[in-house]
Design a protein around this ligand. Structure first.
Ligand SMILES: [Zn+2]
Length: 245
């Protein structure tokens, strides 16, 4: 028996999702399957009924514990957007009022999400590289390094691109103004999770999750340069794979 990647005990390991299955279900709109594309030199297409999971990561106790964080995050990151909660921030910028949340639990969700993505084998998560954070995040989940949890924060973005709102893009690590972040897509939301001791730079420091403060998401209604080039690249490779170019 392999040990559970979280508690280390040799117990029966179960089918564990990397991104909570509720978020996949949300973009399926009642259809039986999702299309999963891997863009490399060729486009690999497969179908998935419940999203990417792995059978040798977690025991059921650990998966249940993480599942409670997933459930809470799913409540916070709602499917329905209430247009009344959109507020102008000046200069064409908008914010979305999420309001009071239990930041401690939501942060544990973020920690578990990025930790799972960091250890997952699936191609979808290949751009999540945690380095020394992998062990630190695990210690937080085990309740052993709570002081580290205080440095974990994120900016939530309501992502409303002009087209294709229901694509769950692969998460990736990058730098934003020199700060290490991991970006996750949980339609209609996008999350910038900070993996850095330094704070977010202005203006995003104002939107970072803070205990005791209501949460506001920033609204992004356009493709970033990176997202747009990813989409163009994907389009081009799919045409080549289909023999159209
Ligand atoms: Zn376990």
């Amino acid at each position: 028996m392999l040990p559970c990647k979280l508690c280390g005990q040799r117990k029966k390991l179960i089918k564990a999702h990397i991104i909570p299955k509720q978020f996949y279900r949300r973009i399926m709109h009642g259809t039986p399957n999702l299309l999963k594309f891997e863009v490399d030199n060729v486009v690999n297409r497969s179908i998935t009924q419940s999203g990417v999971h792995q059978n040798d990561l977690l025991c059921s106790d650990c998966d249940n514990q993480i599942g409670r964080y997933d459930d809470y995050a799913y409540e916070v990151l709602t499917r329905q957007i209430d247009e009344k909660k959109l507020h102008s921030f000046g200069r064409g910028l908008y914010v979305y009022e999420i309001g009071e949340i239990r930041v401690e639990i939501f942060r544990l969700f973020l920690v578990s999400l990025v930790w799972r993505a960091g250890i997952a084998r699936d191609q979808m998560f290949q751009l999540i590289k945690l380095g020394s954070y992998e062990e630190r995040l695990k210690q937080i989940l085990l309740g052993k390094k709570s002081e580290l949890l205080d440095s974990i924060t994120a900016v939530i973005i309501l992502f409303r691109p002009p087209k294709y709102p229901d694509i769950m893009w692969s998460p990736f690590c990058s730098k934003m103004d020199g700060i290490n972040i991991a970006t996750f897509y949980l339609p209609p939301w996008k999350i910038w999770l900070k993996l850095d001791r330094r704070p977010f730079r202005d203006p995003f420091d104002k939107f970072a999750l803070t205990i005791g403060k209501p949460v506001y998401a920033t609204v992004q209604d356009f493709w970033s340069k990176g997202e747009f080039s990813l989409l163009c690249d994907f389009h081009k490779r799919s045409r080549i794979a289909a023999g159209l170019e």
